[in-house]
Design a protein around this ligand. Structure first.
Ligand code: OSB
Ligand code: MG
Length: 385
């Protein structure tokens, strides 16, 4: 498939009947607490989705978390909308391709992480039916994905430096640190003094206001790759103002939940880089559309993460294979998040700071059912009646 051709307009038409849907609520301890400006996580909540059809199983993940803190969605709202509306709509139906599958979920507005989890699973099933690795189905090009690491807010700069040293030593292509008012310049300066060359970026998770502009002008001095989501999670206008006052590129995360937002952000000049998370934008199809529009306008692009299990992270690896992704993505190795991951091929960082996209049909990894069941705190099965 040529890179100029739209991968979505050339999808082969199959007949895939959704025969059974399984939703599992997983509650998994992270190896270390992860602190962001809006809260801290030690136990991660997510939903694992299985779509059964034609003797095959497709896997998806909904990384909504335990409460409405990153966005309005949480695992409980996702279970509710999945059971009551989405699963009920698709069970027993036959779909030709992922585009048709996605269209059948459009009657529900919002709830993008819930929809994305189902779309993930359908893409996996579809690629397995084709006998192709997923990245090839939607026109990816890279097999080795450059990746970075996202580090939570620490007690003090000394402690942060210890953690940064460990990840630099491992070979990650860039370091991202979480910041919040009062926990910003001192941490950035400490890293720059110790690691003058390391590719470094910061993520505020919407913790500042435009009136904090002087802090961002100060950040301009530290050669940062980007400042991620400095202002309000629904704002595009103030980000455009802020971008006009500083040189460091602004990257948007929370503020971009659709292709509509991406187009508006580009028009307004709200950012120079987009962090694309398929769960945040409602699935792979919307993510591909955002990648396309960003590339057309010369924006930087990378794939963001949500502390996913190996199922969600492997989906991210496949998406990061797209040629338009041109910065390291938030896809760290399994052991950075979990004592034990729930897939048969845990993600492993190579010395060159890349992670390889698995071979094999679909996402190319298998769910380890005994591990999934160990962390399972809820399970729902939807069958054809
Ligand atoms: O803002 O990018 C974010 C984790 C949970 C919610 C939001 C974010 C994050 C991360 C972690 O930064 C990235 C990862 O999964 O490694
Ligand atoms: Mg972010």
């Amino acid at each position: 498939m040529g890179s100029s051709e739209s991968p979505l307009s050339t999808l082969e038409r199959l007949d895939i009947c959704v025969e059974k849907i399984v939703i599992r609520h997983l509650t998994m301890p992270l190896v270390e607490e992860f602190k962001m400006s809006f809260g801290s996580t030690k136990i991660r909540h997510s939903l694992l989705i299985e779509l059964h059809g034609d003797g095959l199983v497709g896997y998806g993940e909904c990384p909504a978390g335990e409460g409405p803190f990153y966005s309005y969605e949480a695992c409980e709202t996702a279970v509710w909308v999945l059971k009551k509306y989405l699963a009920r709509k698709i069970i027993g139906k036959t779909y030709a391709d992922p585009q048709e599958f996605r269209e059948s979920m459009e009657f529900v507005r919002g709830h993008r992480m819930a929809k994305a989890a189902l779309e993930y699973a359908f893409w996996d099933l579809y690629a397995k039916e084709l006998g192709m690795p997923l990245w090839r189905v939607y026109g990816g090009v890279k097999k080795k994905i450059p990746v970075g690491v996202s580090i939570g807010i620490r007690e003090n700069p000394r402690e942060l430096l210890r953690v940064v040293a460990r990840f630099v030593e491992k070979g990650y292509r860039r370091i991202k640190i979480k910041i919040a008012p009062g926990c910003d310049i001192i941490f950035i300066r400490a890293i720059r003094e110790e690691f003058p060359e390391v590719p470094l970026q910061v993520d505020a998770n919407a913790a500042y206001r435009l009136s904090d502009v002087e802090i961002f002008k100060e950040m301009d001095k530290y050669d940062l790759l980007m400042i991620e989501q400095p202002l309000h999670y629904e704002d595009l206008l103030d980000h455009a103002h802020l971008q006009s006052y500083i040189n460091t590129p602004i990257c948007l995360d929370e503020s971009i939940v659709s292709e509509h937002d991406a187009r508006l952000a580009i028009k307004l000049g709200s950012c120079k880089i987009i962090n694309v998370k398929p769960p945040r934008v409602g699935g792979i199809i919307e993510a591909i559309k955002i990648c396309r529009i960003a590339a057309q306008h010369g924006l930087g692009l990378w794939i963001g993460g949500m502390l996913e299990t190996g199922i969600g992270k492997t989906h991210l690896l496949h998406i990061a294979s797209l040629s338009s992704v041109n910065y390291p993505s938030d896809i760290s190795e399994s052991s950075r998040y979990w004592e034990e991951d729930i897939i048969d091929k845990p993600l492993k960082l190579r010395r060159d700071g890349t992670i390889e996209v698995p071979d094999g049909a679909g996402i190319g990894v298998e769910l380890l059912m005994d591990k999934a069941e160990k962390y399972q705190t809820g399970r729902w099965t939807i069958r054809r009646i």
